[in-house]
Design a protein around this ligand. Structure first.
Ligand code: HEC
Ligand code: HEC
Ligand code: HEC
Ligand code: HEC
Ligand code: HEC
Length: 435
């Protein structure tokens, strides 16, 4: 903001700067624009209730204060969702999410990546408002960078989500807030056949004792959906759907991300903070929950009972994902490291309970016994000895599917608020499919 104020001060006092340098120009076609006209167009946005106040809200958004835009800069695979220039790149080039074999390779690869020269960029206003400073009028805020339907990278593009309510603005958010694909690490490196987990639940998915060519995927501590699973849960598309009875809550077709996450501010939430935490302004509007307002009170059916119910289901599913007395899901009680601490009684973080002193050195603080890690890369000799004394993990298709569903529902973060009907059925059927 300091640079902005300084630069604007220059622009406002010396109108010639606008036409005379490489800096922001007046609207196209208004040759001979003098300082006054340019200022008038600038101030459509640059005023205390416009850009300035939105910028202050945005400072409270994890898009702004989160650190991943710095940490993942340079990574073409991570950048489509973590870097502003990369996000615009995958949008502009309509980069495919369909796994392909690119000769001379003989195995599949995931094309959903940015290019090396575009894999950077903090998340600022122009990430979502990519037309800023083109016509230099307020109209530049729209259209948003994208509102197009989103082919899910999680499914290698096999299904597309299109949330058309509210001018399809939710599609902007789910382009990033969608899970990442599981891939067949041992075999053809294609996207995991999720439907195969459902059709053949009792088959062995992974067993260290059998040859690697039979184990499509070698589990690791980090075998997971990644963090933003909202697209799948909110749309009710792409869970590992054991059993029957799937339906969606009204939210799926009626509410947009913006309705709840950009509602009028209260506390640290709403507007361009993009947070919905403790902000019920979006819920309690006419046509939605105005007549029976929702709150966090213990008697609130929609809030408290939904969330308590989903938490209990997550707890129950975790309790079934146990083998020989050892939990398959890892715990992490450190709320600074586990984004989902508190969402389950035992503070699962969605990662697997495999011994991994390299990536999860604090694991033993929270898990009394762990499974042996099939990979010991980076381990010391002592750690390799410790690892080989641990029990080996085996997984059935049903267990793998249930793990995926657990991760999808935990990491959706809303404990059923996004889509109660789909979440509760996905969890209930996952619990039921396990012995
Ligand atoms: C469509 C609304 C809009 C209009 C019109 C507009 N700006 Fe901006 N401008 C923005 C936004 C949004 C930002 C980014 C603010 C932020 O990052 O907090 C910005 C940032 C800037 C910056 C700071 C750049 C930086 O890197 O820090 C300058 C300088 C600037 N604008 C000058 C102008 C001038 C001069 C005009 C008129 C010729 C103008 N703007 C018109 C929306 C607008
Ligand atoms: C370019 C990808 C991208 C887009 C587009 C995007 N987000 Fe995000 N969002 C992220 C990433 C990445 C983070 C986490 C940043 C970090 O921790 O460094 C995040 C964080 C968040 C958080 C905070 C989550 C937490 O753990 O506290 C919320 C809420 C959120 N986004 C909502 C939205 C909404 C609503 C939209 C649409 C208006 C949206 N996002 C659009 C990538 C995106
Ligand atoms: C398909 C989009 C997508 C891709 C690709 C992706 N991420 Fe993310 N990532 C997200 C979103 C969205 C969030 C924030 C989720 C939330 O907080 O609800 C996130 C969160 C994170 C966080 C947690 C940040 C925090 O707040 O603690 C880390 C770390 C991270 N990502 C690393 C990576 C790395 C490393 C890669 C590449 C190997 C990667 N991501 C690829 C979407 C993506
Ligand atoms: C993660 C995406 C995202 C980012 C980043 C973002 N915005 Fe927005 N912005 C939106 C969305 C979505 C809307 C539409 C909200 C609605 O429909 O309620 C919007 C609406 C606006 C509007 C109202 C425009 C209109 O035509 O009514 C302004 C002004 C605005 N944003 C300014 C900013 C500024 C300034 C920044 C940076 C400080 C910023 N935005 C960053 C997504 C974003
Ligand atoms: C009906 C209201 C509603 C809608 C619609 C909605 N959300 Fe949420 N969202 C919530 C609530 C409530 C939470 C949990 C906040 C809390 O824990 O206090 C949440 C949590 C989240 C989080 C984690 C936030 C955090 O602070 O860690 C992200 C990211 C998110 N939602 C993204 C989205 C996206 C993307 C969409 C659109 C597809 C969406 N939400 C639609 C209500 C909504």
């Amino acid at each position: 903001m300091k640079t902005l104020i300084k630069l604007l001060a220059v622009v406002l006092t010396t109108g010639s700067v606008i036409t005379g340098c490489e800096g922001p120009m007046g609207p196209a076609g208004t040759a001979g624009i003098d300082g006054k006209d340019a200022n008038a167009t600038c101030t459509q946005c640059h005023n205390s209730t416009g850009v300035d106040s939105v910028s202050l809200q945005f400072e409270l958004s994890k898009h702004a204060y989160g650190e991943t835009a710095f940490e993942e800069a340079g990574s073409t695979g991570c950048s489509p969702c973590h870097e502003s220039e990369a996000f615009k790149y995958v949008v502009e080039n309509n980069v495919s999410t369909v796994f392909t074999i690119v000769p001379p390779a003989t195995t599949y690869s995931n094309p959903y990546a940015s290019s090396p020269d575009k894999s950077y960029g903090a998340m600022r206003c122009n990430m979502c408002h990519s037309k800023l400073h083109t016509s230099y009028t307020f109209a530049d805020f729209m259209p948003l960078t994208t509102t197009a339907p989103v082919p899910l990278t999680f499914l290698g593009g096999a299904k597309t989500v299109n949330l058309t309510q509210d001018d399809s603005k939710s599609n902007l958010c789910i382009k990033c807030h969608q899970p990442r694909p599981f891939t067949n690490s041992n075999t053809d490196k294609n996207v995991l056949n999720y439907a195969g987990l459902v059709s053949n639940p009792n088959a062995v998915f992974y067993d260290a004792a059998q040859s690697n060519s039979l184990n499509v995927l070698k589990p690791s501590y980090r075998t997971s959906t990644h963090n933003g699973t909202i697209a799948v849960i909110f749309a009710g598309v792409g869970g590992v759907e054991f059993g029957t009875g799937y339906s969606n809550s009204q939210h799926t077709t009626v509410a947009s991300c913006q309705d709840c996450h950009m509602a009028p501010m209260t506390g640290k939430a709403g507007g361009h903070t993009f947070s919905a935490q403790s902000n019920f302004n979006g819920c309690n509007v006419a046509g939605c929950h105005a007549t029976n307002p929702i709150s966090s009170s213990t008697t609130s059916v929609y809030w408290k009972q939904t969330r308590d119910g989903v938490k209990a289901q997550l707890d129950a599913l975790a309790a079934k994902l146990v083998e020989g007395g050892v939990e398959i899901l890892g715990r992490n009680g450190d709320a600074s490291a586990n984004l989902w601490a508190g969402l389950t009684t035992n503070n699962y973080d969605g990662n697997l309970n495999l011994y991994d002193p390299v990536n999860n050195p604090a694991g033993s603080l929270y898990n009394t016994t762990m499974f042996q890690n099939p990979s010991t890369s980076g381990f010391t000799a002592d750690q390799i000895t410790t690892n080989s004394a641990l029990p080996k993990l085996t997984l059935t298709n049903a267990q793998m599917g249930a793990i995926i569903n657990f991760q999808l529902c935990l990491r959706d973060f809303s404990l059923g608020i996004h889509n109660k009907a789909y979440t509760t059925t996905l969890l209930a059927n996952s619990i039921a499919v396990l012995p």
